[in-house]
Design a binder for this molecule. Structure first.
Ligand code: ZN
Length: 92
């Protein structure tokens, strides 16, 4: 299994760590982005201080939803003209 580094927040303890996690596999209609830069925004700060709760029941989550990078892997059934290596920025 391939792994990558991710900045993870453990919600019950409030501990933040950079950890090895499995590389996600893009699903239908998705692309996997190789993140080259990630911003930390106020949502991340509020997740850390507990004033913002994530959707669903999760104990650990990856912070940094404002990212830029390159398209790495194309998921099945993807519509549009996507090519690995294309530079992209995500709108949260
Ligand atoms: Zn944000």
């Amino acid at each position: 299994m391939d792994t990558m580094l991710a900045g993870r927040l453990h919600l019950p303890s409030g501990a933040f760590r950079v950890e090895e996690v499995p590389v996600p596999v893009p699903g239908p209609g998705e692309v996997l982005i190789e993140v080259r830069a990630a911003g930390v925004c106020l949502s991340d700060v509020h997740l850390i201080d507990g004033s913002l709760k994530p959707f669903g029941h999760v104990e650990d989550l990856t912070l940094g939803h404002e990212v830029a990078g390159v398209v790495h892997t194309l998921g099945p059934g993807l519509l549009g003209d996507w090519t690995p290596g294309t530079r992209v920025a995500l709108q949260a």
